[in-house]
Design a protein around this ligand. Structure first.
Ligand code: PMP
Length: 436
């Protein structure tokens, strides 16, 4: 980075005035100055295909979303203590996409804030404090969200696990105790949670909530094993806890076969947490809960959020839903995702270094290993591949507890041609590096 003369002033300014524990993508950083749908443009006239930004869900600067925001911000932006149509219209449209029992919305400004609120509500409702999370999970950056995120509290600078947080093993069919081909893997991973619940009970405690992503993001781009949530949710409910689905990364049609990740598992959560794609990059997030949970939370202390639910955010959310619907983006994610998975699996046949390809719709991961038999993570190699892909115009990144999973979750406008071009570029990079 220091050697990057072009951006020396920007980099030193950033060092002086911006929080220091914030990384920059790529060895040679990019200065991105414009975005349009699945494309990003730098200050040197290069065009990049964004293969990784699941926030700009319907595409960077989608004109329908931008126009709706412009119109509203020129009309009114204020807090939610006045009556206003925008909030009602959006709450109705959003809950119409969810199971009917999820009918009460709390609007916030970030996924972290929404998860934090979800846990507070679960604690009110159940009278319990303990929370069960999945190992390696990330749920946000507030104090409580970090307490719920093994990815943070177990990592460098993390404060360790709080006594009221319990980590369940990640249901990873590639690396875990039960792997691909085991038809009962979902049930077996769920049994690990049942064991935790029994241990809690021995201490005369019960769970406030179980929370997990409905496909694991930071945990390594992992679709959940069949039957997993059905079993986990039954166990949690039997012990008096609530089931929270963190849909921050995967919701809003990305998985193609369904609008929400939890639908792939055939379950109905007690609360859903929504973020990132919900506002296409505008700071909007939400918790949606049942009547009973909302009633329990209405305990005398007001819940007021200065920006949450403001009319600009509400029309933004409404415009995102409209674009997903009108441009049939869920179906598009399904079709393009299928091509992408097929092409990546074909690449896996050619290169030993790709140990596993998995995903659903446009939420895909490819795990890089030094050898298929040892499954040793190929971290240096994958980092090099990500840099080389950038040179070829494709923006990607890595994820997973071992930092060796190529993360692919583009804006949903990502086309079949983009998918084929990206895989062809990956093929060329792997060939050039002789990563057999
Ligand atoms: N939940 C999940 C699954 C996430 O991936 C993130 C952000 N990466 C969050 C919550 C937190 O969202 P935000 O950054 O909007 O606070």
């Amino acid at each position: 980075i220091d050697a990057n003369d072009d951006y020396a002033a920007l980099l030193s300014g950033r060092k002086a005035h911006i929080g220091r524990n914030l990384s920059i993508s790529y060895k040679k950083p990019l200065k991105i100055i414009k975005g349009a749908l699945q494309y990003l443009y730098d200050d040197k006239g290069h065009t990049f295909i964004d293969c990784v930004n699941n926030v700009s869900h319907v595409g960077h600067c989608h004109p329908v979303v931008v126009k709706a925001m412009q119109r509203q911000i020129a009309t009114l932006n204020t807090n939610t203590r006045y009556l206003n149509d925008a909030m009602m219209d959006y709450a109705k449209a959003l809950t119409a996409k969810l199971p009917s029992r999820l009918s009460v919305c709390y609007f916030t400004n970030s996924g972290s804030e929404a998860n934090d609120l979800a846990i507070r509500m679960a604690r009110h409702f159940t009278g319990n404090k303990d929370v069960i999370v999945l190992d390696h999970a990330y749920h946000g950056t507030s104090t409580l969200a970090i307490e719920m995120s093994p990815y943070k509290f177990d990592g460098k600078g993390g404060g360790g696990q709080q006594p009221y947080i319990h980590k369940a093993v990640s249901p990873d069919l590639y690396r875990g105790a039960w792997q691909y081909g085991d038809a009962d893997a979902g049930e077996k991973y769920a049994a690990a949670i049942l064991k935790l619940l029994h241990e809690l009970k021995q201490e005369h405690k019960g769970p406030a909530a179980f929370i997990c992503e409905t496909l694991l993001g930071v945990g390594g781009q992992i679709p959940l094993p069949e039957g997993y949530l059905e079993n986990v949710y039954a166990h949690i409910r039997a012990f008096g806890g609530l089931c929270i689905a963190d849909e921050v990364q995967v919701g809003f049609g990305r998985v193609g076969d369904a609008f929400w990740g939890f639908e792939l598992q055939g379950v109905e959560p007690d609360m859903v947490v929504l973020g990132k794609p919900i506002g296409n990059g505008h700071p909007l997030a939400a918790v949606v809960v049942t009547e009973a949970i909302a009633d329990a939370f209405n305990n005398g202390m007001e819940y007021f959020n200065t920006y949450g639910g403001n009319p600009v955010s509400m029309v933004t959310g409404q415009a995102v839903l409209k674009v997903i619907e009108e441009e049939a983006m869920q179906q598009h994610a399904q079709q393009v995702g299928a091509v992408l998975l097929e092409e990546l699996k074909a690449l896996m046949d050619k290169y030993e270094i790709i140990g596993d390809v998995r995903g659903h719709g446009l939420f895909v991961g490819a795990e890089f290993v030094k050898s298929r038999s040892t499954r040793e993570p190929a971290v240096t190699e994958i980092n090099h591949v990500v840099e080389q892909m950038k040179e070829r115009g494709f923006l990607l990144s890595t994820d997973g507890p071992l930092y060796n999973v190529l993360k692919i979750k583009p804006p949903l406008v990502f086309s079949e041609q983009n998918a084929r071009d990206m895989v062809a570029a990956l093929d060329a990079v792997l060939r050039a590096e002789a990563f057999g």
